[in-house]
Design a protein. Sequence first.
Length: 600
Amino acid sequence: MSPETQLIRNIAIIAHVDHGKTTLVDALLSQSGIFRENEQVPSCVLDSNDLERERGITILSKNTAVTYKDTRINIVDTPGHADFGGEVERVLGMVDGCLLIVDANEGPMPQTRFVLKKALEKGLRPIVFVNKIDRARVEPETAVDKVLDLFLELGADDDQCDFPYLFGSGLGGFAKDDTKDKSTDMRPLFDAILRHVPPPVGDLNKPLQLQVTTLDYSDFLGRIVIGRVHNGIINNGQNAILIKEKGEKKRGRISKLLGFKGLQRVEIEKASAGDLVAVAGFDDVNIGETIACPDEPKALPLIKVDEPTLQMTFVVNDSPFAGKEGKFVTSRQLRDRLQKELLTNVALRVEETDSPDRFAVSGRGELHLGILIETMRREGYEFQVSQPQVIFRTIDGIVCEPVESLVMDVPEPAVGACIEKLGVRRGEMQNMETGKDGRTQLEFVVPSRGLIGFRGEFVRATRGEGIMSHSFFEYRPMVGDFETRRNGVLISFEEGTATFYALKNAEDRGQFFINPGTKVYKGMIIGENNRPQDLEINICKTKQLTNMRSAGAEELDTLQSPVEITLERALEYIGPGEMLEVTPESIRLRKLRPSKNFKN
């Protein structure tokens, strides 16, 4: 091992959503001297995407680097959601260790399980950081015990089970080896990284091998590939060979070599084995391919990424309001945008259909596809999407379907209702624990089909007090059909503007999704019926005016608050024969064709 690789550490940070991963990175960056004293430092510096900041989640992996005691520590912030497994797979191939963050109160959670399983399979030995110990009523030692139980459950070896652990607070900016120690900074964590994360294995004297793990794009440099130099030295401006997935070799030149310093990419002249770099100069490049020395090109093993589990159809908008709110509305624009997404979103699949206006888009889950839809609508795209459908797979001649691991935290009175509803959806209970605070944690394994549309029922069953999260578990033989009942919908009878008078008169028919003044069209879904059938109603009619004045004070009449239809809620609610119309300004549900159950 060369002296150069001895002074490098590559580490990934993994954790469940909201366990403080990005906040901890903020503290490591600010205490490493990366920022000037007078520099304005934003919070959640690695969440550069607007959606990431709003939702408080990490969607795309980010690279940053700090220097501590002359050692360069490359830090990769990974997504916590299983839906972004495509990102997780690649990131773990770039690093030699990982920092697992768990909440001192909650312990490891479902998404922790997903990423941790991937890390353990790659032979990484995690450092465990018990975060948020400065909060009230926390049990840090219990959290460590839960982590050990999870390691054993996931099949960790003896060395991995003997993991180092620290306590601290990302928000408070301190770490310590023992809860009784006094500490005011992150030095104990930095020292633990140097001590327990091995230097990268790589040989400077071997021919160059760099594996592409992330793709990016710049208007100035074109396609940018990010990856780890496994062997050799890479120089700015040198000639190189790109070894494609099927062994094809393409010649090219490193037009720009960039390294990471804090949050910035800085131009460098060379990088050696073990380092993480960004390279420009290759346009036709895919994840997992190898950039190699032109004299002795040898490919590295390809990266395997989990296949998509959910599919939906993206369709050009053909509703009566089509083209009124969007900037990009044609099938060509929709196709080009989806093809562009494929350049960087490795877990996504886009297929042409027999219609030029329809595209079959497959992803890792509702969140994965929901983020794409939300990003596109913010960019000015207008289109429609169908109800999500799970992707079945034939394994050894048997039709199999994706199964999810579901964890729910619910008030005790709602336990029976939740178990009953999941039983109908073919869920199998794995564990049930009752806490001291009157809440119960339930663990289920349930077919992905059973979770489509379940969240609305769950919210009603727990009166909005339940918490649920789920992640892909495995493919299992299909369990057969089951009913996922939903009440019928209320549908607009004509095009016009919804009036207070009409909504008030129809209030006993169900719950509305719209307010008075909302523009509607024939076939648009405006609410949920109290009964199983669909019902068509006129919500645009106005009160007939007379010269008689009623004694009642009409202005005191009020409507029930409508149900707010967000993109996530709409994707879960939408049924067969229905479409979700997505524009930069609106989200509307509509019937694809008139239903036999329509009643006037």
